[in-house]
Design a protein around this ligand. Structure first.
Ligand code: F6P
Length: 321
């Protein structure tokens, strides 16, 4: 009997640790006796039949590399019914089943829709946004926060020297976790995030309260889900009478070598994905919950609501005064 052929792709925004996940999934699948086909450029590559047979050597030395060796894309055609049907046909033509999908919410929703057409799926949450409610952490988040902390520390130096306010804009789509976790670690004085109402007058009042105005300097974290830092500069200056500058950290948050945490997370998730396939635990997403790993049914994982870290937010506000 010929070996079962597993496919693997990365989709959506790349995230540090995706390569560690690819390495672990490929080697895990080979360990259990499967053949592995890499799909280049995510779902767009799938639709172009851009496949590459993978062996152990091809994933050597990638555990510490940022980006994704399989490349990635955001396909507009794939989520359509014509796209999903075409993808299903191609996978069956190439005998690829199951398919491992590493990506964020949108990519895993695409995987769920494929599974409804009969394709077996195992997913892994890979996105810097940490917006996947079923998992304590997503692959890439810790590295993005670490990168942001490094940048914010530098911004803090010049903000202090000039007695200014600096609004630091970070990624995360509608999730404020990068802003929250990086801000907490940098001693940010204030935060504007989608999970909160963000009353600017109140925020500025808190910034000014009890401060020695001669030495007032301040980092305000802004999650991109609340707009651009440019939208806030004038209002902050009006309300505080303090010169206010802004910085968008941008795509540096998506690159770089993954931290030890992301390497571990991705390696466990990749191997657990191979294990889930070997156990016949299909149409699942590998998630980390309370420090352990489990294969959760994909529909349930996507429906799990993200819980906001209220304790971190409250503590940040107390410590900022
Ligand atoms: O989902 C990851 C992410 O980096 C978001 O934080 C950001 O909003 C988006 O991707 C940017 O996407 P693109 O690379 O298409 O500009």
């Amino acid at each position: 009997m010929s070996k079962k052929r597993v496919g693997i792709l990365t989709s959506g925004g790349d995230a540090p640790g995706m390569n560690a996940a690819i390495r672990a999934a490929v080697r895990g699948c080979l360990h259990f006796g499967y053949e592995v086909y890499g799909v280049n450029r995510g779902y767009a590559g799938l639709l172009d039949k851009d496949f590459i047979p993978m062996n152990s050597n091809m994933v050597a030395d990638i555990i510490g590399m940022g980006g994704t060796i399989l490349r990635t894309s955001r396909s507009e055609f794939f989520p359509t019914s014509a796209g999903l049907n075409r993808a299903t046909k191609i996978l069956s033509e190439y005998n690829i089943d199951p398919l491992i999908v590493i990506g964020g919410d949108g990519s895993l929703t695409g995987a769920l829709n494929l599974s409804k057409l009969g394709v077996n799926i195992v997913g892994m949450p890979g996105t810097i946004d940490n917006d996947f409610g079923a998992s304590d952490y997503t692959i890439g988040f810790d590295t993005a926060v670490t990168t942001a902390i490094d940048a914010i520390s530098k911004i803090r130096d010049t903000t202090f020297s000039h007695n200014r306010i600096n609004i630091v804009q970070v990624m995360g789509r509608t999730c404020g976790d990068i802003a929250l976790y990086a801000g907490f670690s940098c001693g940010a004085e204030a935060m504007i995030i989608p999970e909160k109402e963000n009353d600017l007058e109140k925020i500025c009042e808190e910034i000014l309260r009890g401060k020695d105005r001669q030495n007032l300097h301040c980092i305000v974290m802004l999650a991109e889900g609340c707009g651009s830092y440019r939208d806030y500069l004038k209002r902050f200056e009006e309300l505080t009478q303090v010169t206010t500058k802004g910085t968008n950290l941008g795509y540096i948050q998506r690159g770089g070598s993954p931290t030890h945490f992301d390497r571990n997370l991705a390696s466990y998730m990749g191997f657990k994905a191979a294990q889930a396939i070997n156990d016949g635990n299909l149409n699942t997403v590998i998630v980390r919950r309370k420090g352990g790993y489990q294969a959760m049914p994909i529909e349930e994982a996507l429906a799990t609501k993200k819980v906001f870290n209220q304790e971190m937010y409250d503590t940040m506000r107390i410590l900022a005064r």
